[in-house]
Design a protein around this ligand. Structure first.
Ligand code: GTP
Length: 354
């Protein structure tokens, strides 16, 4: 069975600023490689090798890194939207690059462990126009919910609700009949969630849900990004692209003092140096950073080329590329530091400066 894959990667990634000022969200390093590499390696593993990226914001970064995909074992094409067309508009915009009758569409910031082959086979077997992969969450209030009947037919697309009727939510992975993609309007922004799917339901189309209990996480917020990266490092999130699984991932070329403590699925980037007594838990440290002796970093993202001076404490924070964090500084509770900022010794920040 021939299947194409489309990955939507055109968003601005505002919730991960300032890191997404220099790189689009799907290109941020997670477990040592750009996030998108994990998705592409899962596709390749499932035998789906024709991959189309729907790009817009910082489109050139994808082209430069992935090229024609041959380095990653796939045949990859980037299609650029001059202006962001939303999720539905992004899918419609790549239509000329599609070849197969069945098209898998991924949000480029979701990691999902579902059996892709079974997902596609079920979509084809049920002759669905669209099949949505669904996952259950503990607290569905922050999500749009997707109730289904006993046969798996989608009954409704419900907006965020303080009292959700179901804990099933859209996992950001769809299988489309190619002909359905051709009905999405061109030349204007369209949201699949708000327009295409409700429209299909209203017209009586065969829209189905496929519930998975496999791993799922949206990497779109700093908290999810650090948890997701740690899940990849620890082998909880499935990806053939993780260089090595364990309690920590030290990239080749990093230099870590034997007296540093690095755990909780943390990653230390290439050419990054970590001093004695530093304590790094559940964090992602990008390339070319310097972490001083005795610094404590928990559940945080440290951008490329950042310097953290000795004794700094960084918790639940995001540090933009090239910033310098003074000795003894305390950053907590969602503090975000602009790229290149030089924070004086002993500074205290308890919230975002963006
Ligand atoms: P935030 O600004 O933090 O909400 O992030 P985002 O811009 O990535 O938006 P969101 O997380 O809702 O997007 C889900 C997926 O769709 C991501 O992989 C985005 O890259 C992608 N996406 C969002 N908007 C567009 C768009 O206009 N065009 C394309 N091609 N992809 C999009």
């Amino acid at each position: 069975m021939s299947t194409d894959a489309v990955i939507l990667v055109g968003g601005f990634g505002t919730r991960l600023r300032p890191l997404t000022l220099s790189a689009p969200k799907p290109m941020l390093p997670t477990a040592g490689v750009p996030f998108l590499t994990h998705l592409i390696s899962r596709l390749r593993e499932a035998g789906i090798t024709h991959v189309v990226l729907g790009t817009s914001y910082r489109a050139e970064v994808f082209e430069d890194y992935f090229g024609d995909g041959s380095r990653f074992g796939v045949d990859l094409k980037c299609v650029v939207e001059q202006e962001a067309l939303g999720t539905g508009g992004g899918i419609r915009n790549v239509a000329p690059a599609l070849r197969a009758d069945t098209v898998l569409v991924f949000n480029g910031d979701n990691m999902i462990g579902v059996d892709l082959v079974d997902f596609v086979e079920t979509h084809v077997k049920t002759d669905a126009d669209v099949t949505l992969c669904l996952t259950k969450v503990e607290d569905a209030r922050a999500y749009g919910c997707v109730p289904t009947d006993v046969d798996g037919r989608v009954e409704a697309f419900l907006e965020k609700d303080p009292n959700p009727v179901t804990d099933q939510i859209n996992a950001g992975l769809y299988a489309f009949k190619r002909s359905v993609i051709d009905t999405i309007p061109t030349g204007r922004p369209v949201s699949v969630e708000k327009e295409t799917f409700p429209g299909l339901l209203a017209s009586g189309a065969n829209v189905r849900g496929y519930l998975t209990t496999s791993y799922w996480r949206d990497f779109g917020t700093p908290t999810d990004f650090v948890c997701g990266s740690a899940d990849l490092v620890r082998g909880i999130a499935p990806s053939p692209a993780v260089p090595q699984t364990g309690e920590r991932l030290l990239m080749p070329g990093s230099s870590v003092s034997p007296k540093a403590h690095i755990y909780g699925g943390s990653t230390i980037g290439t050419r990054t140096a970590v001093g004695a007594g530093a304590d790094i838990d559940s964090s992602v440290v990008f390339d070319d950073a310097r972490i001083g002796a005795g610094a404590v970093i928990r559940r945080s993202i440290i951008g490329k080329g950042v310097t953290v001076h000795p004794g700094a404490l960084i918790e639940d924070a995001v540090i933009g590329d090239g910033a310098s964090i003074g000795a003894g500084t305390e950053l907590r509770h969602g503090a975000r530091i602009w790229p290149g900022v030089d924070l004086a010794e002993g500074s205290i920040r308890f919230s975002s400066d963006l």
